[in-house]
Design a protein around this ligand. Structure first.
Ligand SMILES: [Zn+2]
Ligand SMILES: [Zn+2]
Length: 267
């Protein structure tokens, strides 16, 4: 039985003889059902129609679906002290992607910021022999394809390794997670998923409950996020898709963006 993939959000569901009757991710008010109604594909069909873009994105290896498909996020391969982490995920995994990752030392862990990027995480895990997937427990009910490879962390901070810390930002989703990476050989990095989003000017970030539907984030959630990120230093911020990155002065850019946002919604 195939594991169907929603064509609007790119989320893969547990196997079923027929496509699911609806997509809970898309019917949620943070997303939307496509203009033509709910449509489904499978991983095999997707592999016929699309390939992957596998290339450098401001110094990190990025992997994204090549062409117009679903949410255009790209995953990043982070060479950490505990092996390569795939941060975020995409709906397609190819032999070329597996080979590209293996030539860089393979894959130790998949970590994803929030349900919009769960995509084909189990497919990715299995392509590397069952790599563990780590998600925040607060978003557990949004997992559409369950697997023994998936585990959950809870609370507001999880020290994953000596250089990687997961911070629950909340706001966009209750479990929306930012990954803070402090490597020894490069500048500290913040990878916030959609908890905050790098703006088109690459000098600010924005805070929204729903980005496609223009629903603002609760002010109390923005204030909480600022508090949770307060103790972390970082130079670079890698946003959700290609080149949506702030390279240099990231800490100051995020601080100024919190200030600007809170000024705009409270005056
Ligand atoms: Zn969907
Ligand atoms: Zn999102």
């Amino acid at each position: 039985m195939p594991c169907y993939i929603c064509e609007t959000c790119g989320t893969q569901y547990s196997s079923s003889p027929e496509p699911p009757s609806h997509c809970a991710i898309c019917e949620d008010d943070r997303q939307y059902v496509g203009l033509g109604g709910q449509t489904w594909t499978t991983h095999a069909a997707l592999a016929q129609r699309y390939g992957l873009r596998i290339e450098n994105d401001d110094g990190l290896l990025g992997i994204g679906v090549l062409g117009e498909f679903a949410i255009p996020q790209r995953a990043l391969l982070l060479p950490t002290s505990v092996g390569n982490i795939l941060w975020e995920c995409v709906s397609l995994v190819t032999d070329e992607a597996v080979a590209a990752v293996k030539t860089r030392g393979g894959l130790s862990q998949i970590i994803i910021s929030h349900p919009h990027f769960y995509s084909a995480m189990v497919e990715w895990s299995e392509a590397f022999g069952g790599v563990p997937i780590l998600l925040h427990e607060a978003d557990r009910d949004w997992v559409r394809r369950s697997s023994p490879r998936v585990s959950f962390w809870s609370g507001d901070v999880h020290v994953f390794s000596r250089d990687v810390t997961l911070i629950r930002c909340g706001g966009h989703f209750p479990g929306s997670t930012a990954l803070h990476w402090q490597p020894t050989n490069r500048r500290p990095v913040l990878l916030p998923g959609d908890a905050l989003q790098v703006a088109s000017d690459r000098r600010h970030v924005a805070f929204m409950y729903s980005y496609p539907n223009y629903v603002p984030m609760k002010t109390s959630d923005v204030v909480d996020m600022r508090q949770r990120l307060a103790g972390y230093d970082f130079e670079d911020v890698y946003g959700f898709t290609w080149t949506r990155n702030i390279i240099g002065n990231g800490r100051a850019a995020v601080a100024a963006s919190f200030e600007r946002h809170l000024r705009m919604v409270t005056t």
